[in-house]
Ligand binder design. Structure first.
Ligand code: KMH
Ligand code: ZN
Length: 269
């Protein structure tokens, strides 16, 4: 099996300090968090940023400061979110891509998201994908529902693109695909053989998804965006603690933990 790529989704747009007191919010906190997660085994940091009040923002200057601080602190691959928060407009979400991070998330479909809608109609997907590729960024296709795989395959083929395809299955968002026992295997089977995929389970689904992804030869995403508890009734101390657990599980399953440079190699960055 391939070395295990661990992605830290350490900030997110929804979780608050009240829910998770160790949530990194400022540029410095995020950079330190990325460095600690890198030391624990993460090779990609999926980045959302917050404003001075701790609310989610897509402000380009805030993203720029965070990107610079992370690059100064560690060699982790920085993956910008292009999803932002459900309240962000298309123009607001696309703007940070001009900073040319190595990777950016791209959700290839609209989906219910709790009591809201995460809005990704076809013209938005095409516009974001074009911008991502023009800026030399590698997309990570965020898959909340099976149809999103078909949409990702279609835009790749329609534009006659040629780049490594990496998918992330996000399972257990209320309103979207649950982490059924066969969900991961089903989704993986519909990705191209040469592609890579990772998986994450939201909240109570998290550990089962992590285990299944490691066993099936996939990769794993963890972090406070997806889970705030380490185990039932006990909050995680830090993102690094969550990364450390995934790395231990990976090693126990015989998987080498990919460094950022090895991940760059695997993903063709
Ligand atoms: N915050 C969600 C509405 C992404 O980062 O690309 C969208 C999200 C996906 O987190
Ligand atoms: Zn995100």
């Amino acid at each position: 099996m391939q070395p295990l790529i661990i992605t830290c989704a350490g900030v997110g747009a929804e979780v608050t300090r009240a829910q998770q007191p160790a949530l990194p919010l400022t540029t410095n906190e995020i950079a330190q968090d990325a460095a600690r997660c890198r030391a624990a085994g993460a090779s990609i940091y999926h980045l959302h940023v917050r404003d001075n009040e701790g609310s989610p923002t897509m402000d380009v200057d805030v993203y720029k400061a965070a990107l610079t601080a992370i690059r100064d602190a560690t060699d982790v691959i920085v993956q910008f979110s292009s999803g932002g928060a459900v309240t962000d407009t298309e123009d607001i979400r696309i703007a940070p891509l001009d900073l040319q991070p190595e990777m950016a998330s791209l959700t290839t479909g609209t989906v219910n998201f709790g009591s809201e809608v995460f809005w990704n109609p076809p013209p938005l997907i095409e516009r974001f994908y074009q911008r991502i590729r023009e800026r030399g960024i590698l997309p990570e296709f965020e898959i909340f529902e099976p149809g999103m795989i078909a949409n990702a395959l279609r835009i790749y083929e329609d534009r006659a693109e040629s780049h490594h395809r990496h998918f992330d299955f996000v399972l257990g968002v209320p309103g979207a695909m649950p982490a059924w026992e066969d969900s991961i295997a089903y989704l993986a089977q519909h990705t191209p053989a040469e592609a890579t995929w990772s998986a994450t389970g939201i909240g109570r689904w998290h550990l089962a998804v992590t285990k299944a992804a490691i066993e099936l030869g996939g990769h794993v995403r963890t972090g406070f965006e997806d889970v705030v508890y380490f185990e039932r009734g006990r909050l995680a101390d830090s993102n690094a603690q969550l990364i450390d657990r995934v790395a231990s599980m990976g090693r126990a399953a015989g998987r080498e933990i990919a460094t950022p440079d090895l991940t760059r190699n695997l993903l063709g960055l």
